[in-house]
Design a binder for this molecule. Structure first.
Ligand code: UT7
Length: 317
């Protein structure tokens, strides 16, 4: 598998930490020092599906292919405006794309899961070019009265297109631990046969627990992915981690004994965009010319489930 093109789209509205402190008991100093986040982009009156379609078209253009060349479309989404149909169907309708499509929900780890699925299709000759869209409308999911979660997230969409050339050196994923540290229950409906729905339908998070598990999972997965890639860790040019907290990134760098400058990040102005965070980061690095042909990239993701994964690949666009 090889990434042949990338695209991303962020909604227009920027929300600063100071804006949050207008209605929450929080401040820029707390949010910046504990997370590294300064601003995030949020959906207001835009159509999330139209923004997603734009991200796909940006990836198609970057790939120098035609939309019709895509024969499988996988969408990773923890939260989109639709429970059904699959968000990939909604975006396909806008684009006039008629290939096979389906959604996956592997929380913030969805990008790696989608890549693993794409890899299997490509390896078995069941697809030739796969579109992966990570579309995350996280601001619909959080409780905007809960300062311990809502300050962390932003909305965003990242897309990549992969083909069957050989540039992925390793890819691994798994369920790392129990899943009770990041939970959102779906609405219970009004079935007369069930007890009245009294659940909270916002994201509930055990922040410290996630923090600890994230560092353990990154360490475990990255070491495994690097070992299986047969690349010396010193030879890796860029480390791209799920953008959840700058302190998690710094801890990972320290325990892996890799200079922090190799850990690219955009969390300060994106916040946590769940499974879209790494593809958005890849697109920003790609478009700013920071990825050179032959560069070795290691990525690691983690999130609800508790799912995590990592991969090492060569930039060969
Ligand atoms: O994709 C994965 C998604 N989730 C994550 O990655 C979350 C991982 N966890 C984290 O990033 C960190 O645990 C947080 C940023 C969520 C919290 O940082 P922390 O250093 O672990 O803080 P804490 O939860 O231990 O809370 C410390 C204090 C508490 O007050 P008391 O009990 O010490 O008086 C909180 O109530 O900070 C308080 N607090 C806040 N204060 C101001 C929590 N949120 C805020 C806030 N502003 N926004």
């Amino acid at each position: 598998m090889r990434i042949i093109g990338t695209g991303s789209v962020l909604p227009e509205t920027t929300v600063t930490n100071d804006m949050l402190s207008q209605f929450l008991e929080t401040d820029d100093e707390w949010i910046s020092s504990r997370t590294g986040i300064k601003t995030r982009q949020v959906v207001t009156n835009e159509s999330f599906e139209e923004l997603s379609a734009k991200a796909v078209m940006a990836a198609v253009e970057d790939s120098n292919i035609n939309l019709e060349d895509i024969d499988l479309f996988i969408c990773s989404s923890t939260m989109s405006p639709y429970l059904t149909p699959a968000f990939s169907c909604v975006v396909s309708e806008i684009l006039g794309l008629n290939c096979r499509c389906f959604d996956i929900n592997a929380g913030c780890s969805g990008f790696i899961s989608a890549l693993e699925i794409a890899n299997s299709y490509l390896k078995s000759d069941s697809a030739t070019r796969v579109l992966i869209l990570c579309a995350e409308n996280m601001t619909r999911m959080v409780d905007w009265t809960d300062r311990s979660t809502c300050v962390l997230f932003g909305d965003g969409i990242g897309a990549v297109i992969v083909d069957a050339e050989d540039s992925f050196l390793s890819i691994t994923s798994g369920r790392y631990d129990n899943g009770d540290s990041l939970v959102m229950k779906s609405p219970g409906g009004n079935s007369p046969f069930m007890p009245k729905d009294e659940d909270n339908h916002y994201l509930v998070m055990k922040g410290r627990d996630v923090f600890k598990k994230a560092i353990e999972a990154i360490n475990h997965d990255l070491k495994k992915a690097v070992f299986e890639s047969k690349v010396m860790i010193e030879k890796i040019n860029h480390f791209l981690l799920h953008q959840a907290n700058l302190r998690i990134i710094a801890s990972a760098a320290k325990s892996l004994k890799v200079p922090i400058k190799k850990f690219r990040n955009n969390i300060s102005n994106r916040g946590n965009t769940s499974s879209a965070s790494v593809p958005i980061l890849i697109d920003e690095l790609n478009k700013s010319g920071l990825l050179k042909q032959g560069d070795i990239i290691a990525m690691a993701v983690f999130g609800a489930g508790f799912l995590s994964g990592a991969s090492v690949f060569k930039w060969a666009k």
